[in-house]
Design a protein around this ligand. Structure first.
Ligand code: GLA
Length: 394
């Protein structure tokens, strides 16, 4: 599957030279309506079909994923969105209304099924004529598509730039996203708007002003440590643009897809939680191991991501391949991440001052769910190769 995605992406990136453009700061769109902070008040959690299934997604895959979330503890841990990514689209009918392809016999019934499990339904489109995988996009059909999604019971739209660069100039990107935001608002149904344009035009500066609830900040994640770390570290310097209702999105999770080891997936999940990133599992939920499920659902780790204060954490110290990241939490404590990109286990020290705390503090290990005691001045822990230790410091 990963190879398929890779070869597809090579074609896709060739077709989208704009992805390589330098990011430019843009001014806020005058008069744009801010996004609705009552949706996505904390970073959205759920599942998305792309990272594992790519275009092999079907009604059966989506139902099996909904079944898994509802029964395996993920729903209780906060995962609620069941999101179909690219490749669901069929033809438009004589009136221009988008229809699903034959892998999705009845979208309304699928939405009803997802809702019957107490979950929410997500879908995918592009502002361009074609999606990234060359299915029908929403170009010139924005209102019609939003109405159709609402009729199907959709709660979340990922709107992926893709071929929009063929029909719009780069500086039209804000109005293009605003147009879909307004189309969604007109339906009267609260629908999360997930902007996917890979960080073009410094989207973090204006994404909220055009109605985005989250926006991708980078190109696609791949199931390897270097890609995962690249996407996470690309958030450095843009933390202040995230908050309740509007989040930086370093892309979906690869936890459980098999090409990183346990410690690397622990680092992946820890970083995403420190970053207040959307937590969209991207693995095959019907077939995952207990280890994968435990990484996705550790309640104390997920609570860092979902903390109501809604502050994106940041890197507070770096020495060679050793790093400390910190995220202030609503109860006055701080989540601290000690991570080791080196090739051997190493002791890493967090200075309490560096993470904004006083001279002494109590420390709890969130992965082990164990209190570690009181510390003065600093806290030190051994961290495995490519691993991470996530603690709550009070
Ligand atoms: C782009 C997006 C991915 C995925 C694919 C689908 O590459 O960044 O997340 O949605 O398109 O074609």
């Amino acid at each position: 599957m990963t190879n398929k995605r890779a070869s597809w992406a090579v074609r896709h990136r060739r077709a989208l030279p704009v992805l390589g453009c330098a990011l430019v700061l843009a001014t806020l769109a005058a008069g744009a309506r801010a996004q609705d902070a009552t949706i996505a008040a904390t970073p959205p959690m759920g599942w998305n079909s792309w990272n594992h299934f790519a275009c092999k997604v079907s009604d059966a895959v989506v139902r099996a994923s909904a079944d898994a979330i509802a029964s395996n503890g993920m729903k209780a841990a906060g995962y609620v969105y069941v999101n179909i990514d690219d490749c669901w689209q069929g033809q438009r009918d004589a009136q221009g209304v988008i229809q699903p392809n034959d892998r999705f016999p009845d979208m309304k019934a699928l939405g009803d099924y997802i809702h019957s499990k107490g979950l929410k339904f997500g879908i995918y489109s592009s502002p361009g004529p074609k999606t990234c995988a060359s299915y029908a996009g929403s170009y010139m059909h924005e209102d019609q598509d939003a109405m159709q999604y609402a009729a199907w019971g959709v709660d979340y739209l990922k709107y992926d730039w893709c071929s929009a660069s063929r029909v719009y100039k780069p500086d039209q990107i804000q109005e293009v996203y605003k147009k879909m935001h307004e189309a969604l608002v007109k339906t009267g149904r609260p629908i999360v708007l997930s902007m996917c344009e890979y960080g073009l035009k410094g989207v973090w500066n204006w994404g909220a002003s055009v109605g985005g609830n989250l926006w991708r900040t980078t190109n696609d994640i791949w199931d390897n440590y270097a890609s995962m770390y690249f996407n996470a570290s690309s958030q450095v310097g843009i933390e202040q643009f995230a908050g309740p209702g509007h989040w930086n999105d370093p892309d979906m999770l690869e936890v459980g897809n098999g090409r990183m080891n346990h410690d690397e997936y622990i680092t992946h999940m820890s970083l995403w939680c420190i970053l207040a990133a959307p937590l969209l599992a991207g693995n095959d939920l019907a077939k995952m191991t207990p280890e994968t499920l435990a990484i996705l659902t550790n309640p104390e780790v997920v609570a860092v991501d979902q903390d109501p204060k809604g502050v994106e954490g940041h890197r507070v110290w770096q020495g060679g391949p050793y790093e400390v990241w910190a995220k202030p939490l609503a109860d006055g404590s701080v989540a601290a991440l000690l991570m080791n990109r080196g090739e051997d286990a190493e002791k890493i020290t967090v200075s309490l001052k560096d993470i904004g705390l006083g001279s002494s503090a109590t420390v709890r290990d969130l992965w082990a769910r164990k209190d570690l005691g009181s510390f003065t001045g600093s806290f030190t822990s051994s961290v495995p190769r490519h691993g991470a230790v996530l603690v709550k410091v009070h």
